[in-house]
Design a protein around this ligand. Structure first.
Ligand SMILES: [Fe+2]
Length: 248
């Protein structure tokens, strides 16, 4: 494959977010067994035959903070076989998330707990931790903002996908918009210094969203737990990005 053709190849990514898993097999949230919902999503991905480069898990992986819930997630994605990049949401307990990651790393490298990924020839992903311990809203520390600023400056020629749990714009829901990314102007100020952020993908909002904000696509994905149908349609939880284009 020539470099020209490889540059025109789409890079497809799969987002599985807000699984809210429990240690208990029958753990449920809003009367939905989250473990079963998660399994259904994985099976539907397998059945779809959809091909993708990597899995993006944008937080709230656990509901009960237990190590077993993170292990449930790690075990659950094994059939998908692709690398999974995960980051914490407000419900996550980073010590247990980290310990399961460390244990899994001894077995395979399917789960990656990183801040930055170079993807293909033209894209990068920056993974930000927006968790504020003990509260549902998010905020980016100066260190997280500096991380983004540094990567945008370091790879100015690469289109950038920013991942974080909390939504950095209002979504029009009184409930959800109490728990947004606070001080989001600080994020948008960093993005405005550069021209290479093309999209932001978040979890947390439990609904489909694609909005243009300052020329950046802000996307979120329906979380099956909060749907009347655990598997609505494949388009609800699969996101694809195209490489080599100015827009997605
Ligand atoms: Fe959340």
């Amino acid at each position: 494959m020539s470099s020209q053709s490889s540059q025109s190849q789409p890079i497809k990514l799969l987002q599985i977010t807000d699984t809210h898993l429990f240690e208990a097999h029958d753990g449920s949230l809003l009367s939905v067994n989250t473990g079963e919902s998660f399994k259904s999503v994985v099976n539907a991905v397998l059945d779809s035959g959809y091909d993708y480069e990597a899995i993006l898990a944008t937080g709230d992986i656990s509901q009960d903070h237990s190590a077993a819930s993170y292990q449930r997630f790690a075990d659950g994605i094994v059939p998908l076989e692709k690398t999974c990049y995960w980051l914490p949401g407000n419900h996550d307990y980073k010590p247990n998330m980290g310990s399961v990651f460390e244990e899994q790393a001894q077995l395979d490298n399917q789960i990656q707990q990183v801040e930055h990924v170079l993807l293909g020839n033209n894209w990068q992903i920056v993974l930000l931790d927006s968790q504020v311990v003990g509260v549902p809203h998010g905020r980016l520390s100066d260190q997280q903002l500096a991380l983004l600023d540094d990567k945008l400056a370091q790879y100015p020629e690469r289109h950038t996908l920013v991942l974080l749990h909390h939504h950095p714009i209002l979504v029009g829901s009184a409930w959800l918009d109490q728990h947004t990314l606070k001080d989001s102007d600080a994020l948008w100020d960093v993005i405005a210094k550069h021209s290479n952020v093309k999209a932001i993908l978040c979890g947390h909002v439990h609904q489909d969203m694609v909005k243009d904000h300052n020329g950046v696509l802000v996307m979120a994905t329906l979380q099956p737990v909060f749907s009347s149908n655990p598997i609505p349609t494949i388009s609800h939880w699969i996101t694809s990005l195209r490489v080599g284009e100015k827009s997605i």
